[in-house]
Design a protein around this ligand. Structure first.
Ligand code: NAP
Ligand code: GLV
Length: 309
């Protein structure tokens, strides 16, 4: 069995070493731009080029080194007609839960306000907010969204969730579909975005939808930047309707130096780190799925091209 490995950022040697340890009978081949790939059974990649995809029409499956598939599906008809398998959690859910819990608690206990006060040398206790009405709404209840919802429940926050198909999660007010989105937003104090970027979800959070949030709401986006209409968010923050945003993802990454988000004190920026791929866990998961496919079994986390995730 031959497995082709590629990462757009070039950091691949450790992946090759780990695959060799997990699948000792397989030959791993690190693809370089400009090469003709030897015939391979499987490809494991992140951020491929069109030249690479062109050479993968005969593999049995393509495995992604991450959870989001938008950067691959954008190739449309140039995609090889083979199953595409994304990472399913593989250690990301715990990271997401930590990140979101931190951001929600920071707003709930007003650490953002205390940070601003401290910069001005102000010693001023602020009123405690009421947890019973500090409702957190999570957009996307999938592999990463569902564990985040559980963590927020454990912290004692009222939690609501929104997904494409109806869900029944203990202790969570579940909403589904576009018809229920406005009601979901109207009762959400902290909006957490954990949706995939698809033709349906791009620019979902525009001025109209963000305005449905109650005055003083917060946004946490850990999914993809293009889900949010960035100028609309900035305008609503400057108008005071949105009290603050914690953003891990942006339409253009790295966030360009002149972007107005950098200068807005109510926006907290992190460089797309809310859930990093954990190489060893990812290799273990992918190697286990390769073994299953090779035995003619089915595997989880195959991307549905119609849905776009
Ligand atoms: P997932 O398991 O595929 O779950 C996606 C969720 O979104 C599902 O609940 C799905 O609804 C819902 N959804 C999709 N389209 C929808 C629509 N049109 N309307 C309403 N709900 C919709 O994905 P995941 O593993 O949780 O990951 C979510 C996203 O996180 C990824 O796509 C990626 O972009 C992002 N991510 C970011 C980082 C980072 O470091 N910032 C790391 C990893 C992942 P159903 O349940 O009804 O299907
Ligand atoms: C990271 O953003 C991922 O989709 O895995």
């Amino acid at each position: 069995m031959r497995i082709l490995l590629y990462r757009g950022d070039g950091v691949i040697e450790a992946w090759a070493r780990d695959f060799a340890a997990e699948l000792p009978h397989a030959e791993t081949v690190v693809w370089q731009e400009g090469e003709r790939a030897a015939p391979c059974d499987y490809a494991v990649l992140w951020a491929p080029t069109p030249a690479l995809l062109d050479q993968l029409w005969n593999v049995k499956a393509i495995f992604l080194m991450g959870a989001g598939v938008d950067a691959l599906l954008k190739f449309g008809d140039a995609l090889p007609p083979v199953p595409i398998v994304r990472l399913g959690d593989a250690g990301m859910a715990e990271q997401m839960a930590d990140y979101v819990a931190h951001a929600v608690l920071r707003y709930f206990r007003r650490f953002d306000d205390y940070e601003r006060q401290a910069r001005e040398g102000l010693w001023r206790p602020l009123a405690l907010q009421d947890k019973k009405t500090f409702t957190v709404g999570v957009l996307g209840l999938g592999k990463l969204g569902a564990p985040v919802v559980r963590t927020l429940r454990q912290l004692g926050f009222p939690v609501r969730g929104w997904s494409r198909t109806p869900k029944d999660l203990p202790g969570v007010a579940c909403y589904a579909g576009m018809d229920q989105l406005d009601d979901f937003l109207a009762g959400t104090r902290v909006l957490v975005c954990m949706l995939p970027l698809t033709p349906e979800t791009g620019n979902l959070l525009d001025r109209a939808r963000l305005s449905r949030l109650p005055e003083g709401a917060y946004l946490i986006n850990v999914a993809r930047g293009a889900l949010v209409a960035e100028p609309d968010l900035l305008a609503l923050i400057r108008a005071g309707h949105i009290a603050g945003a914690t953003l891990d993802v942006f339409r253009n990454e790295p966030l360009p130096a002149p972007h107005p988000f950098w200068g807005e004190p109510r926006i907290t920026i992190t460089p797309h780190i809310s859930a990093l791929t954990l190489r060893e866990e990812a290799v273990r998961q992918i190697a286990a799925k390769i073994k299953l496919l090779d035995q003619g079994e089915t595997v989880a986390d195959v991307v549905d091209l119609q849905r776009g995730y």
